[in-house]
Design a protein around this ligand. Structure first.
Ligand code: URP
Ligand code: ZN
Ligand code: ZN
Length: 460
């Protein structure tokens, strides 16, 4: 099958040109003006923007968490991602404390194998670093193509590791060419505040927010950065939300240290005033919580300063019935919110359309940087001859309204209900095949491939 996309405005991280793209099989074969080639299908992209397929490096599909499972399966989650222009996701495997990393991989494969509609990979969350786990790291990097290792500095008793384990893991991961990503919040301090609020009878979602003040994130981020500096291990902070944490990253640059930073779309455009809506605030109970307006300004500036390289989602949806598990106790509300389908359109509308970021920056933070940092570039993350033909055709002028009644995520509410966005994903190609066209998904579960990744970048 070959496809010729004619006359679109092709945006990559470092170029902007109106040209044709010729695709044959799974990859891009030629890019140029007025290409004179025969194709099985021709698409007229006049007036449309063309982006590399989005990569969301932070999603949780069908994940056991807080006594339940996130509500999107690998099928529904990756399909919803495609509708929103995201052709690849990176999901998290969670090691069970006491068990091996290999056990965890097998468990996650049993849910994901042959079930994905879009392409995917995994980070491996190490929740129990010991002499046995240590022996598995090299195998994961060199044989499994899983080159990034997630750590939690919070969720004590289930996921959190201590600093001793963190240092040991960093040394091993560095030795074999991997990267550590981190949920950087101070778990002990948060647990203390949760217990204190509960003793005082303060049980509404607002106290989820008040149990995780900015300092808990700033402190842990700085500690993580110091450990990464000491060990020399490449580090990536996931879902960074606030000024204090970003200043820790900024300070590290003064000693020539590079730390990769991801924020998520919700932290750029929503704020903590949503927790004042009584139990409705549970829709936005996530960790870290939404922050203040001044933090949003910091994050937009951080993107333009090159301190924040990635805008992800931390997509971790729960049905309203699941959120109700915490009706009388905020600490039992499953943490997470849905956004996998909305990320690209929201960032375009709130970022590019409102002149906060350029088109090239949009591509960098939604696709290219993730591909580079996580060892997939230039196969993924750009539009170039030889790259996978993961391509989004986007109408920058079409307005539409986000709603649970029209989204494709398996969750019965939207964190963005009624939000009007400017810009709409029209057609999506995944490895040369038309995956989304005219609001219809054309590929089945099983089409999504597991992508083996290379050793990771330490500088982007
Ligand atoms: O609230 C969140 N973020 N849920 C998913 C787990 C995590 O911490 O990333
Ligand atoms: Zn997290
Ligand atoms: Zn997460």
């Amino acid at each position: 099958m070959s496809v010729l996309i004619k006359n679109g405005r092709i945006i990559t991280a470092d170029s902007d040109q109106t040209a044709d793209i010729f695709i044959s099989g799974e990859t891009v074969q030629a890019i140029g003006k007025n290409l004179n080639v025969q194709s099985d299908k021709e698409i007229d992209a006049t007036g449309l923007l063309i982006f590399p397929g989005g990569i969301d490096p932070h999603v949780h599909l069908d994940m056991p968490f807080m006594g339940t499972f996130s509500s999107d399966s690998y099928e529904t989650g990756t399909r919803a991602a495609l509708y929103g222009g995201t052709t690849m996701v990176l999901d998290f495997i969670l090691q069970k404390q006491g068990n091996s990393l290999q056990d965890a991989l097998q468990e996650w494969k049993s849910r994901s194998d042959n079930n994905c509609v879009g392409d995917y990979s995994f980070h491996m969350a190490v929740t129990d670093f010991n002499e046995e786990t240590k022996k598995e790291i090299k195998h994961f990097i060199e044989e499994e193509g899983i080159t990034s290792f997630k750590t939690f500095m919070a969720y004590k008793g289930a996921l959190m590791i201590d600093d001793r384990q963190m240092i040991g893991l960093m040394e091993e991961v560095k030795k074999h060419g991997g990267l550590i990503n981190v949920h950087a919040t101070n778990g002990d301090m948060i647990d203390y505040l949760i217990a204190k609020h509960k003793e005082e009878g303060k049980l509404s979602p607002l106290y989820h927010y008040l149990s995780q003040p900015e300092i808990t994130e700033a402190e842990a981020s700085e500690r993580f950065i110091d450990m990464a500096s000491y060990t020399g291990c490449p580090g990536y902070i996931v879902h960074l939300t606030c000024e204090g944490a970003l200043n820790a990253v900024r300070n590290a640059t003064k000693r020539n240290q590079k730390i990769f930073v991801e924020t998520c779309i919700q932290y750029l455009i929503l704020d903590a005033s949503l927790y004042e809506r009584d139990f409705e605030g549970a829709k936005w109970v996530m960790s870290p919580p939404l922050r203040e307006k001044k933090d949003q300004q910091t994050l937009w500036a951080g993107i333009n300063q090159g301190l924040v390289q990635v805008v992800a989602t931390d997509h971790c949806p729960f049905m309203w019935e699941q959120k109700l598990l915490g009706k009388n106790d905020f600490s039992k509300i499953p943490n997470g919110h849905p956004a996998i389908e909305n990320r690209m359109e929201l960032l375009f509308s709130e970022g590019v359309e409102k002149n906060k970021i350029t088109l090239n920056k949009f591509v960098e933070v939604t696709s290219t940087n993730a591909a580079k940092i996580f060892g997939m570039f230039p196969k993924k993350g750009t539009i170039a001859v030889g790259s996978d033909a993961d391509i989004v055709l986007f109408n920058p002028n079409e307005k539409h309204v986000l709603s649970a009644s029209t989204h494709h995520m398996n969750v019965d509410y939207s964190g963005y209900e009624g939000w009007e966005v400017t810009g709409k994903v029209k057609t999506v190609l995944l490895r040369g095949k038309i995956a989304i066209d005219n609001n219809e998904c054309k590929v089945e579960k099983g089409f999504g491939k597991f992508v083996k990744r290379n050793k990771v970048a330490s500088i982007v």
